[in-house]
Design a protein around this ligand. Structure first.
Ligand SMILES: Nc1ncnc2c1ncn2[C@@H]1O[C@H](COP(=O)(O)OP(=O)(O)OP(=O)(O)O)[C@@H](O)[C@H]1O
Length: 320
């Protein structure tokens, strides 16, 4: 497997008035060409910070404090802001929840796509406009030549998300990070948006990171799942393997808290306890220990990965 993105021991902190937030602690993962990896975990586990940090979009309080992250061999942690801006436009792209807010409200949608194409591919205005219409068609917007001139307020949320996808993939990036791309959309539109992302990935070989708190969505749409808890990746496996044989107590709780088509809402189990305060200076090696029923004295020791199968690893001293 050639990794397009290779993240190793990557750490991020935020300086706040009330202390340093240890938001990511030595996370490692790889994403291969054409692969969709889901990053799942509760709110606050560090999924979005991972995305922002990789793309050089952390706010001023945040900084990368260690590790490495290479995209197509280019070290992102050492890149200048200028280089990162170039990579973001051309080689890595991100889409977010609430696409309407991310679009420019006073510029026609086709123009917004053409702007990106012109900037990065150096096309003439005419060619960029033609490419924008083509992109609108590719993401399934009906009557694309006419819709080119539409403003975001004239489109539904699902249509706006399609426009965001068109902007993101217009330069044929090697990596797409989709951060809760379907949250807030109705179920049918969610499926359409995910279908579009997946068919573009299959066509272009784009690697995709799907960030979601929804394990059911990850199960359906990813080839591999990495589970995050309090700034750590605690388990990482091929999707079918993770669902069939979850080994980390947190993954098992997340699965138990996920509604299935077969089980009703009554089967749902909330995850007891809360995430630890990431400002603590004495965070334990396992940040799940305080919530864990399988805790052992050994859990005080520094954490090490256990490789259970070639594509399944878990960071736990007492896995199920
Ligand atoms: N600008 C910031 N200043 C201080 N702490 C921050 C900042 N941004 C994020 N954090 C902290 O980093 C941690 C991870 O947050 P992050 O937004 O990545 O979580 P998440 O898993 O993406 O959650 P959600 O699903 O709610 O987006 C949290 O503890 C959060 O409070």
């Amino acid at each position: 497997m050639t990794a397009i993105l290779d993240v190793r021991d990557f750490s991020v902190e935020f300086r706040t008035r009330s202390g340093i937030v240890h938001a990511l602690d030595r996370i490692s993962f790889q994403v291969a060409r054409g692969e969709t990896m889901a990053l799942v975990g509760e709110s606050g586990s560090g999924k979005s910070v991972t995305a922002y940090a990789l793309l050089g979009l952390l706010d001023a309080a945040g900084r990368i404090t260690g590790g490495s992250a290479t995209l197509e061999g280019v070290e992102l942690t050492q890149a200048s802001p200028k280089e990162l801006a170039r990579i973001r436009g051309a080689r890595a792209a991100m889409i977010f929840q609430n696409p309407r807010a991310a679009l420019n409200p006073i510029r026609p949608i086709g123009r917004q796509i053409a702007d990106v194409v012109r900037r990065h591919a150096g096309l003439s205005r005419r060619d960029a406009d033609a490419r924008a219409v083509e992109m609108l068609r590719e993401v399934g917007i009906p009557d694309p030549a006419r819709r080119f001139a539409a403003y975001p307020f004239e489109l539904s949320g699902g249509m706006c998300q399609r426009v965001m996808i068109a902007i993101a993939v217009a330069t044929r990036p090697a990596l797409l990070i989709a951060d809760e791309p379907t949250t807030g959309l109705d179920v049918t539109t969610q499926a359409v948006v995910m279908d579009i992302i997946q068919s573009l990935a299959a066509e272009t070989g784009m690697a995709t990171i799907l960030i979601t708190h929804d394990l059911a969505l990850a199960a359906e749409r990813s080839g591999r799942i990495a589970v995050m808890h309090a700034g750590h990746i605690v388990e990482d496996a091929v999707t079918a393997e993770l669902l069939a044989h979850p080994r980390h107590p947190y993954t098992r709780r997340l699965l138990a808290a996920t509604p299935t088509a077969a089980g009703g809402l009554a089967d749902l189990r909330a995850i007891p306890g809360s995430l630890p305060d990431l400002r603590r200076t004495d965070l334990p090696p396992c940040r799940f220990a305080a919530r864990c029923e399988q805790r052992l004295p050994a859990c005080e020791a520094p954490m090490a990965w256990r490789h259970l199968a070639p594509a399944h690893r878990v960071a736990c001293w007492n896995p199920a």
